[in-house]
Design a protein around this ligand. Structure first.
Ligand SMILES: Cc1cc2nc3c(=O)[nH]c(=O)nc-3n(C[C@H](O)[C@H](O)[C@H](O)COP(=O)(O)O)c2cc1C
Length: 390
């Protein structure tokens, strides 16, 4: 019988944390093992990628390794690293974002994966190129201009240079090289960051991709060519069995209401070539996992992607929390919330894995507590948690 992390209906009390009280019975179905090719997970909980900027000059420190190892010890099934940038001069907007190239950063990542494995964990790095972005808060700028499909960061707003075909080929090569390094270092899988308005998503999105060559086009399917070539190159670099995840989103920080695919047909035309090129797992990013993707069905993004591609999917977005992560950046505190709706969808088979961001950032023990039903020990999320790597 499937258990539940349910809303507590017994009265207006709150527990000792001051948060509205929730009662956990169990969420045992999330603690069933999962296998995808060579990837063997002890449960369905995935730590979502979260940029922490604690890697001076792009080198992950031993504190970064310990931070991930703590999550591995505490029943996280799959850890996806913070975005880590590939070898392009303007792939990053912050020198403390880890790199996934060069001797010292790769040594740092070797320590990370060794500690995670020693703690019984499974981990994939999230490979990232930021594309065209506004400079970070520090004002730091990379040694070359930001690069993207057409020079646009948002509709009608320029912020960098348009990539030549040579730049595109070099970028694809950089992703493939990083994926090969991930495998060589001993990581269990690799994730490509194709979401949230960064480089790959800038190719998908028409307002930022105005190209008239073969990497542009009026249809989303045409604008998928860059990502498809990139996935093919990554697949070639890692061989047939190494799992490849692709993170996608409809929303972008440039426009929360943006939609790449407005119909299931468009979504299928977008994702089928990517699945064929080698994606094993789609990581479907929403701000709120319960929001329906298309009218006429309550399926969310992960539900539609699984239905249309037949591939494994991860859902993510405000799992177990009251507010979304952009509200959290504005300083709003999110409190623990019921898992009922998540489990209803999971039990229906909408998705295979569940991404959890802020709860795991704030509390390495979140997954263990959910498994054990320790609702009074859940701590929610406030922006203060970003200040340390605990
Ligand atoms: C501090 C922070 C950093 C993030 N950095 C990344 C990132 O590097 N790559 C990425 O794909 N998503 C990133 N995200 C988004 C999360 O992976 C996740 O999708 C989002 O927080 C929603 O999940 P949650 O509601 O469980 O926090 C970040 C989120 C937070 C809170």
């Amino acid at each position: 019988m499937g258990g539940r992390l349910t809303s507590f209906h017994g009265g207006p009390e709150s527990d000792r944390t001051g948060f509205p009280r929730i009662q956990i019975m169990t969420a045992l179905q999330l603690y069933q093992p999962f296998r995808l090719g060579t990837l063997k997970l002890k449960n369905r909980i995935v730590m979502a990628p979260m940029t922490r900027s604690f890697s001076p000059e792009g080198v992950p420190t031993s504190q970064v390794a310990d931070y991930y190892a703590r999550r591995a010890e505490e029943e996280v099934g799959l850890i996806i690293s913070e975005g880590t940038v590939v070898n392009r001069p303007a792939a990053s907007y912050d020198p403390s974002i880890p790199r996934f190239y060069g001797e010292k950063p790769l040594q740092g990542w070797k320590t990370v994966i060794d500690k995670v494995h020693a703690a019984g964990g499974v981990m994939a790095p999230q490979l990232w190129h930021v594309g065209i972005v506004a400079p970070g808060a520090s004002g730091w700028l990379p040694p070359a201009p930001f690069e993207g499909p057409s020079g646009y960061v948002a509709p009608g707003k320029t912020g960098g240079v348009a990539m030549t075909e040579h730049n595109i080929a070099e970028t694809i090569r950089a992703f493939a090289q990083a994926a090969a390094e991930a495998k060589a270092l001993g990581f269990d899988a690799v994730e490509i960051h194709g979401a949230h308005g960064y480089l790959i998503d800038q190719f998908f999105w028409h307002p930022t991709n105005q190209r008239t060559d073969r990497y542009g086009g009026q249809s989303l399917a045409e604008r998928t060519r860059f990502a498809t070539e990139l996935i093919c190159a990554v697949r070639q670099a890692v061989g047939p069995d190494f799992p490849i995840s692709l993170r996608i989103s409809q929303w972008k920080p440039q426009d929360f209401t943006a939609r790449l695919a407005t119909t299931p047909q468009e979504m299928e035309a977008w994702l089928a070539p990517l699945a064929k090129a080698g994606v094993d797992l789609f990581h479907c990013s929403q701000r709120r996992f319960w929001e329906a993707e298309f009218p006429g069905s309550d399926l969310n993004l992960a539900g539609w992607v699984k239905k249309l591609t037949g591939k494994t999917t991860i859902t993510v977005g405000s799992v177990g929390l009251s507010g979304d992560f952009l509200a959290a950046f504005r300083g709003e505190t999110s409190t623990p919330s019921s898992l009922d709706e998540l489990l209803r969808r999971f039990d229906r088979g909408d998705f295979d894995l569940v991404g959890v961001g802020r709860p795991l950032l704030a509390d390495p023990g979140w997954s263990r507590k959910i498994h054990a039903g320790l609702s009074s020990e859940l701590c929610g999320f406030s922006k203060a948690a970003l200040a340390t790597l605990s």
